[in-house]
Design a protein around this ligand. Sequence first.
Ligand SMILES: [Zn+2]
Length: 121
Amino acid sequence: MPVAVIFRCDYCDARPDAETQAALEAQMLDMRHGEYVDSGPGNWLTWHGRGLYGANRYSCGDHRGDLKAQLRETYGTLGWHPWAKGPHPWRGRRGTQRARELSRGIQGHNRPIRQPPPHGA
Ligand SMILES: [Zn+2]
């Protein structure tokens, strides 16, 4: 059964446009920790918290600065993550360091192991 997830800006209660909504839904499949993620075209900002960085937080394009300021105030002494500067990754962007590492890891594990030639061949 399809489930509709309702996203709202934490500051003004705005709802994302349909395309941004789809981007936000897709992001929910990513396991991220302490990371900002951009979602276009509405220019929304997601804070993927988890653990000591708290719950996920969302802001519309107008309140990105408010969200960052609040996260830096709350979690700024715990690590560098709340201080990250944009442009932030967005789901689907290729070529990020994270994507390259992931890709390498997966390929590395699936690479066939070269067998030595059979004896006498
Ligand atoms: Zn807002």
